[in-house]
Design a protein around this ligand. Sequence first.
Ligand SMILES: Nc1ncnc2c1ncn2[C@@H]1O[C@H](COP(=O)(O)OP(=O)(O)O)[C@@H](O)[C@H]1O
Ligand SMILES: [Mg+2]
Length: 254
Amino acid sequence: MNPQRNNQMNKDFVLAVEGLTVSFDGFKAVDDLSFYVDENEIRVIIGPNGAGKTTVLDLICGRTKATDGSIKFKDRELTTMKEHEIVRAGVGRKFQNPSIYEDLTVFENLEISYPKGRSVLGALTFRRDAAVKERVREIAETIFLAGQLDQRAEYLSHGQKQWLEIGMLLIQDPELLMLDEPVAGMSVSERKKTAELLNTIIKNRSVIVIEHDMKFVEDIAHKVTVLHQGKVLSEGTMAKVQADPKVIEVYLGH
Ligand SMILES: Nc1ncnc2c1ncn2[C@@H]1O[C@H](COP(=O)(O)OP(=O)(O)O)[C@@H](O)[C@H]1O
Ligand SMILES: [Mg+2]
C-alpha cells in the first residue's frame, strides 16, 4: 500500500471513498474514485454535466450499488448497507427536486420528519410532546421559517421550499448531509441566506454539496473536488482548483 493512502486511512475522516466504481452497461459513470471528507467540512463537488456528481451521491446514500470500491462512513462500510440503514447511520440526502408535503404546514412537515415520529402509530398521529415542538422551532429558526410555521408548504417560495427540505433532514441530525444543487432557481438573496445556513449547520456535521454557481461555491466551500468522467480532475481550495488549467479547460472556461 502506498504510504500516502495509508496515512490518510489512519486519520479520522467522516467519509472515506476509495476506488469507487459503478458501471452502467459497461459505461463507468464513476471510475476508481477516491476522496476524503473531514469532520465539520463543507465539501463542494463541481464538474461538467454527466461527470458523475449525482451518481456519487446515489452511491453514498445506497440508492445505486457500487460495482467496486469502498465507502466508509465513520468506519462503517456503506456499500453493503441498505438505503434506510444508511439514513439511520446518519447520512441525509436532499435530491434536486424538493420532496416536501405541499398540503401540510411547515410545522407538520418538520414534525413528521422528527425521528421519533416514525412510530407504529403513524407519522401524523404521534404525540406532539414538548421536546418535538422545541426541536421544530429550533430548526424553523435555522432555516429562516420561524414566522411561517403555520403556513401550508404549497404557499412557500421555491427557495423556502428548499430550506424546508433541508430542515426536514436537519431535524434527523445527520452527521453527513448531502445536497444536490440546493440553490438552483434561487434568487441572489436566497443564495446568500443558504450559504449562511450551511455555515451555521456545519458545527455538528459534514456537508457535501453539488453546485454550479461559483459565487455560491466560493461562499461555502472548504475544499472543492472537481469531477470529470467519473474521476477526480482536481481537488483543493477554491483558489487552487480555479487556477488549475485542467479545470479551466474542461469546466470553468465554458
Ligand atoms: N441509472 C443509470 N443508468 C445508466 N446511466 C446512468 C445512470 N445514472 C447516471 N447515468 C449516466 O452516468 C453519467 C453521470 O451522470 P450524473 O451522475 O447524473 O452526472 P452529473 O450529476 O455530474 O451531471 C451520465 O452519463 C448519465 O447518463
Ligand atoms: Mg447531477
